[in-house]
Design a protein around this ligand. Sequence first.
Ligand SMILES: Cc1cc2nc3c(=O)[nH]c(=O)nc-3n(C[C@H](O)[C@H](O)[C@H](O)COP(=O)(O)O)c2cc1C
Length: 178
Amino acid sequence: MSEFHDLLVNRRSIRRFTPEPLSAEDVKQLLEAALLAPSSKNQRSVRLVAVDQPDTLKRLADCKPVAANAIAGAAMAVVVGADMTLSDPWIEDSSIAATLIQLQAEALGLGSVWIQVRDRYGFDGMPAEEYVQEALGMPDTLPVVCILAIGHPAEERKPAAVDKLKWEQVHIGQWSLR
Ligand SMILES: Cc1cc2nc3c(=O)[nH]c(=O)nc-3n(C[C@H](O)[C@H](O)[C@H](O)COP(=O)(O)O)c2cc1C
């Protein structure tokens, strides 16, 4: 198997992190991964906000009531959004960039998790997107897709079980009823 395949198998969502900060070189490579992402019509609609201040990380962790806690303990969060005026497939542009950041994190021996923001709601019913835009001073015209929580892993996850992959998701040649 290739090194890249190993990386895909070993990457698991990591939600607990050590307090160790990221090196400047790691931060650069993580952000570069997003900037290198393919984008529709090469419009590069993705917009990122990298955050490492503990107070801001805690604030972002409150963007929704469930499944956002990982942000509070992360060394860095990358808020992934897009300039939707540049590209109609801005969700795809942003998602590809976010995925590449996660793979780059794995390649650097870091852990990461995707925290969904788009179409999610906060404690008081406020859209999580609005909450994040307000917390970071982002324009309200700039949609937020997700926040990646990134850091040195403080938990071990088993690699994906390749022998349990659901091959029934895949149809070869044409769609077939099973
Ligand atoms: C679009 C998307 C939204 C997700 N939202 C969250 C989230 O809000 N909070 C969270 O803890 N994990 C979130 N995850 C991580 C998934 O729960 C995780 O990828 C899935 O359970 C598979 O586990 P693995 O990443 O370890 O393979 C999200 C992943 C994706 C791709």
